[in-house]
Design a protein around this ligand. Structure first.
Ligand code: HEC
Length: 453
């Protein structure tokens, strides 16, 4: 056995700030790799023509096995091969779990201290020193399964017919802690919650509700202990984070190759003919707070601009429809502006932060994700002018009577406003109709936030 392996010695290239945005940091490593699976922490199991390698200690675990799948558990690597289950953190030994399973392991997921193993088509879990074969509604779990967090507790997310489950550890084995009727084609857990792709739409479940994040998404990757997710979209790859109730998306044009997962640092591992690359997401440079995407402004509103690298950044502008708005400094030390909707034309507008800085003598500029908002035609959002017409047009046909939830008048809307927002944000209501657009949902939100005028 060799004591070290020159896996990290290949070319390393870093691109920090690229023109047009901070982009992503790119690190190229190693060539000749055939398979790869990122592990915790900051580690991976890879197969090379010579055998199996752990990147953590640069040591070869066992040059003779070719792993089918790998996972990490308590700083150990767990590797399934065609015939055996192996575990270890320096060398690999046959795991005692192997003979207890009905067949070879084809997938491995570690969620907290639990190790999930797919064998003979269904999921088994080793936790609390026992091996369980969880049954839900009388059937074993056979769909997709991914690790994540729910309110800080490690869970496994599993797809079941008609929905999704979150399973947490208990002394008696895994228990279902959340059940939703959202069905998803792809799942990825991060510290923010669960990212799910359904019909090309990326949604985030934060433990309480679903948030629509992006459209035309074809792939998603994340790590349960790191923030953010990497997504592939029709416009190319991007990194997305959920900050203060809103998606911050940074395009990542440098990303190419096959996606092999994320490590505990949130870095995306990719593999192509030229080798392995780890890509770290750049922190979003500028954030707008106090103005949610889709908000409807009925009254002057204070909007704040927060810049993540205040020492490097040279200038910060808040642009509304391309024109700079005067920024002051508020009591918390943040740049702030008062947006007065009566000074804008009624209708849709766009606010964006633009920041500039210099890197290696080169001037660079970065624009944050634009926030779209609507300036209300006249005065504040009211029941009579805005909400009741929406109710008449989109909800009354079912909810004036006949349904369990009666929403026939202002009082009923006030009493149920949070449920209403949850339903329309998740596009479950209006039942059978087109979902409400962001601006219309913003009308309901603003009406609630301004105390139901
Ligand atoms: C085609 C009929 C239909 C339309 C249109 C419709 N709903 Fe519903 N809605 C239902 C049915 C059926 C239920 C389930 C029974 C119930 O809770 O009343 C429901 C349930 C709800 C609930 C309760 C959900 C829960 O379980 O907490 C809310 C809130 C709701 N709808 C809001 C709306 C709003 C707001 C609109 C208009 C934007 C709307 N609905 C349009 C049929 C409809």
């Amino acid at each position: 056995m060799r004591s070290s392996y020159p896996i990290l010695a290949a070319s390393i290239a870093c691109t920090g700030g690229t023109p047009g945005g901070p982009g992503v940091e790119v690190r190229e490593e190693a060539t000749g790799i055939q398979a790869l699976r990122p592990l915790d922490p900051d580690d991976a199991v890879v197969t090379t023509p010579e055998g199996l390698v752990s990147l953590r200690a640069d040591t070869m675990l066992d040059p003779t096995v070719a792993p089918v799948v790998a996972a990490a558990r308590h700083f150990q690597a767990v590797v399934a091969t065609e015939g055996e289950l192996l575990a270890g953190d320096g060398g690999l030994l046959p795991s005692p779990l192997g003979p207890e399973l009905p067949g070879p392991v084809t997938e491995l997921v570690s969620a907290g201290t639990a190790l999930w193993l797919r064998s003979d088509g269904s999921w088994w879990v080793h936790t609390q020193n026992h091996l369980f074969h969880p049954m839900v509604d009388g059937s074993p779990l056979g769909g997709a399964l991914t690790a994540g967090h729910l309110d800080g507790v490690p869970v496994a997310w599993a797809t079941v017919p008609g929905g999704l489950l979150a399973l947490a550890d208990s002394a008696d084995g895994p228990v279902v802690v959340v059940r939703t009727d959202v069905t998803a084609e792809a799942l990825a857990g991060s510290t923010e919650g669960l990212w799910a792709v359904a019909d090309g739409r990326l949604e985030l479940f934060d433990g309480a509700s679903w948030h629509r994040v992006a459209r035309d998404v074809t792939a998603v990757a994340a790590h349960p202990d790191a923030p953010g997710a990497w997504i592939a979209t029709a416009d190319g790859p991007a990194h997305v984070r959920w900050i203060e109730g809103r998606a911050e998306t940074v395009p990542a044009p440098e990303v190419s190759g096959d996606w092999r997962g994320c490590d505990v640092g949130g870095r995306l591992w990719t593999l192509d003919a030229s080798g392995v690359a780890r890509r770290a997401a750049a922190v979003p440079v500028a954030l707008i707070s106090g103005l949610a995407d889709g908000a409807v402004l009925g009254a002057p509103t204070t909007v704040r601009v927060d810049v993540s690298h205040p020492r490097v950044v040279e200038s910060v502008e808040l642009l509304v429809d391309g024109r700079a708005v005067a920024l002051g400094i508020d009591s918390t030390g943040l740049r702030a502006a008062l947006l007065d909707p009566s000074a804008l034309e009624a209708g849709e507008h766009e606010a964006v932060v633009r920041a500039t800085w210099t890197s290696d003598g080169e001037p660079l500029a970065f624009e944050g994700t634009p926030v779209r908002f609507t300036a209300a035609a006249s005065g504040p959002i009211t029941w009579l002018d805005n909400v009741e017409p929406l109710h008449r047009a989109r909800c009354a046909i079912c909810h004036d009577n006949g349904t369990e939830t009666i929403l026939a008048d202002r009082d009923a809307w006030v009493a149920n406003v949070d449920r209403i927002l949850t339903e329309v944000e998740a596009a479950r209501m209006p039942l059978g109709g087109d979902p409400l657009d962001e601006a219309t949902i913003g009308v309901i939100r603003t009406w609630r936030d301004t105390d139901f005028p």
